[in-house]
Design a protein around this ligand. Sequence first.
Ligand code: NAD
Length: 365
Amino acid sequence: MEAKEGEKGKDGMKTILVTGGAGFVGSHLAIGARARYGARVVAFDNLKRRGSELGIGRLKAAGVDFVHGDIRCLDDLEAVGPVDLILECSAEPSVLAGYGDSPRYVVQTNLTGTINALEVARRHGAGMIFLSTSRVYPMAAIAALAYREADTRFELMDGQAAPGVSPQGISESFPLEGVRSLYGATKLCSELLLREYLAMYGLRGVINRCGVIAGPWQMGKVDQGVAVLWVARHLFGGALKYIGYGGQGKQVRDLLHIADLEALLYHQIDHLDRLNGQTFNVGGGPECSVSLLELTELCRQATGKTIPIESEAETRAADIPWYVTDNARVTAATGWRPQRRAQAIVEDIAAWIAAHEEALRSILA
Ligand SMILES: NC(=O)c1ccc[n+]([C@@H]2O[C@H](COP(=O)([O-])OP(=O)(O)OC[C@H]3O[C@@H](n4cnc5c(N)ncnc54)[C@H](O)[C@@H]3O)[C@@H](O)[C@H]2O)c1
């Protein structure tokens, strides 16, 4: 399938810009969008994330144009030329960004960068799918929910007083008052500006507040990409620690397979008029939630290896004991539900690492 600059793809889109296009989510979307829409797809990335350079060969093989650029710089983005759709996937995605360090990079990439992308959208009338985060919800409010300690995980107690929380997880009506990390704050600020751009300039866009996303080609590290980090340590060796909440590994997250996220985002692109202006919580949901302890067991089953895991009782800044996504709103609007469970996610990651062991060893080991 060839789509050169100026030619329209099958949905009338000539050019799709994927910022952060060499990263985990961005590279999957760029490759998928190229095959699906036949438009010119530009993956734009400054390769800041270690391992994102491995995306370049995959992108080129799929017919995606790679542009080395920095989203903090509007000139870099404008050099891409007219675009019809922006999938905004660039970020400093670590919730620890800025702690004990300058906030400049996370603020300029996640907030100034989004504003630059919005400017490009405004100039060309492009639509935007924005990758936000569950981290917009304040940490203290989540930590203050009532939990019981079960054998392998913390569980939410019934009858929570806070709005927007139920056994199905955290919904979009969970209160936004409170501190949320610079990462979460830059994303929430970006959401607000995106909504203003949509209203003021008549653009179309959708916001997705994603929980933990996982799968092949995620360059997992200690502060981001826990599922890949866990599987990689089981395969390559290296230290793992249960940190915080007594050091027992009972903190819980829901995991969303990248292929499930992709299916949702293509649906959103295909129905952008109808879904315009909406904000969705998006994640694996209760059926795909795991504690670190449970993740360890899944890794043991998938890799056949058991590794020692240390314990550190003290809770670190920005950690929360539990987060599970309530997908009710996005399911009602789109019919979408995640299909893949935690075991399948861990198995896919293990198979991917085994297939690319040498390339990945220096990055993930
Ligand atoms: N992975 C998750 O669990 C998760 C969860 C919630 C939200 N998100 C959001 O999804 C999006 C994609 O995340 P990801 O997991 O693919 O992260 P990633 O780190 O794999 O990808 C981000 C990409 O952005 C690039 N980048 C960083 N700074 C840049 C800059 N200044 N200019 C241009 N490119 C830059 C990096 O090199 C990297 O390739 C992000 O917006 C992230 O906040 C991710």
